[in-house]
Design a protein around this ligand. Structure first.
Ligand SMILES: Cc1cc2nc3c(=O)[nH]c(=O)nc-3n(C[C@H](O)[C@H](O)[C@H](O)COP(=O)(O)OP(=O)(O)OC[C@H]3O[C@@H](n4cnc5c(N)ncnc54)[C@H](O)[C@@H]3O)c2cc1C
Length: 320
């Protein structure tokens, strides 16, 4: 079963979530005694031969600048052709926004079984069985993919990135990118220096912060930690923060290494978007706040006293 991994990128950089997908795909290929190959649509600044450092033997590239912007229909069509050309039987995406947009379309084109939000290596002892999140991360399901071509999207932060030594061979393919039915008229970039879905650390504020005038301390803490900022839904609904920062069941689902929740109660709909974070720190003045049950570390205290102290401590630490 040959393995093809989709390598996603933004602004000329390969996304970390894609490197996780690469390492995951390489491990499966090793399990199956097959080579692992990657495919990149568009152009990046990095030398693609370096993807050999993550275990890829070959990287196919469709070097067309039009493909630096996602059009899921075009990407699915090109990927369908690429899967045929590469003779791939297992295709892996990161379960990020782009992966979620392309994988189901590709699945429909190839009549391939799709398991999305996978969190562990498959069991290949009796077919191909993957473990995936269901019910917003409240449970796991084991799913058997029985179709000749299988597609998997890997949840972010579910598989570690391991660096090896190696060089990948690069092969350029000419596959036409014309034919999209969606025309992009303009792009408005989300605010914030670090994209929320790619951030290692996220500092998030809720209604306990009382109003938008109190966000400078959240932004300062985020800046010091090189973190992205997020918020609960009522905060975005009240226009204290932009909607692209709203995390949860009806907002963005994230899985950073560290999620710091400040003045957020921890309603189930909020947790649905953040409970895959590796470490959760909760700051809340109510010791009964439900978020403490999901927290790895908790501080019971007033955010307006606790956060400035944390900021001060980080500044001191950085000055040393
Ligand atoms: C269908 C549906 C979908 C939803 N989707 C989402 C979603 O995607 N994301 C989401 O976030 N919500 C969602 N919600 C809303 C959700 O149910 C909660 O109402 C919401 O998450 C609460 O936001 P909050 O924790 O910021 O506010 P609150 O519930 O008002 O909690 C504020 C918290 O701040 C604490 N606090 C107050 N003052 C301080 C202080 N000075 N210092 C420290 N702590 C303090 C309080 O103890 C409290 O725990 C959804 C609801 C529904 C019905």
């Amino acid at each position: 079963m040959s393995v093809l991994i989709f390598i996603d990128h933004t602004e000329g950089q390969i996304k970390k979530s894609s490197l996780e997908a690469v390492c995951y795909g390489v491990k499966i290929a090793q399990q199956l005694g097959q080579p692992a190959e990657g495919i990149l649509l568009g152009t990046v600044q990095e030398d693609l031969t370096n993807l050999g450092n993550y275990g890829l033997t070959k990287v196919y590239q469709v070097k067309d600048e039009v493909l630096n912007r996602l059009d899921p229909q075009i990407f699915a069509r090109i990927m369908a052709e690429a899967v045929g050309k590469a003779g791939a039987q297992l295709v892996i995406f990161s379960n990020n926004i782009n992966g979620k947009a392309i994988a189901p379309r590709l699945s429909a084109r190839l009549k391939a079984g799709l398991a999305s939000g996978v969190v562990a290596l498959p069991d290949t002892s009796k077919g191909f069985v993957v473990k995936k999140n269901v019910f917003s991360g409240k449970a796991f399901a084991h799913v058997s993919l029985d179709t000749p071509i299988k597609i998997v999207t890997l949840n972010q932060n579910s598989y570690p990135v391991t660096k090896l030594e190696g060089k990948a061979e690069i092969q350029e393919w000419q596959i036409p990118s014309a034919g999209g039915r969606v025309k992009e008229l303009s792009v408005t970039k989300a605010s914030g220096e670090i994209p929320l879905t790619e951030a290692d650390i996220v500092v998030s504020g809720g209604r306990g912060l009382k109003g938008p005038e109190n966000w400078p301390m959240i932004e300062e803490l985020a800046r010091l930690l090189h973190a992205a900022t997020a918020c609960s839904r009522p905060v975005a609904d009240a226009h204290w923060r932009p909607h692209n920062e709203h995390v949860g069941q009806t907002g963005i689902a994230i899985a950073p290494n560290l999620y710091i929740a400040i003045g957020i109660s921890g309603a189930i709909q909020h947790l649905a978007g953040v409970n895959r974070s590796k470490v959760i720190v909760v700051i809340n003045k109510d010791p009964e706040a439900p978020f403490f049950k999901a927290a790895d570390y908790g501080i019971v205290g007033d955010a307006f006293e606790v956060v400035p102290k944390i900021i001060e401590a980080i500044k001191k630490l950085k000055a040393v």
